[in-house]
Ligand binder design. Structure first.
Ligand code: TYC
Length: 102
């Protein structure tokens, strides 16, 4: 064990070094073909939103061309993008989902 002075110096150094992990927005993009109800179901299933919140996100994407479904650490964001794309392709819809560092 070091002295009080040494311990506080180590703590200060660690505080400066440890950055929080980068976070990523998972974003849905609009298209002309994917049904609105399918998008609402996707947002509810993969982004833990209730029907009303999912509807608001879907309508924002429909109006503005894109919208944020959630913000996650990199590996979780990647998994969500893959799951959404796989689900959409299996259902025959062209829905696009991307991630962007915050
Ligand atoms: N624009 C689509 C339609 O009119 C609905 C839609 C919303 C599609 C959001 C994709 O990410 C999307 N059926």
């Amino acid at each position: 064990m070091g002295t009080k002075q040494e311990n506080s110096t180590v703590l200060e150094r660690e505080t400066q070094k440890l950055k929080p992990p980068p976070m990523y927005k998972v974003i849905l993009l609009n298209d002309d073909y994917t049904p609105m109800e399918f998008v609402v179901a996707i947002v509810q299933e993969y982004f833990n939103k209730d029907r009303e919140a999912a509807m608001q996100i879907m309508l924002k994407v429909h109006r503005d061309g894109k919208g944020i479904c959630g913000v996650y650490p990199k590996d979780i964001a990647q998994t969500k993008v893959e799951l959404v794309l796989t689900h959409a392709r299996r259902a025959g819809h062209p829905l696009q989902c991307v991630m962007e560092e915050v």
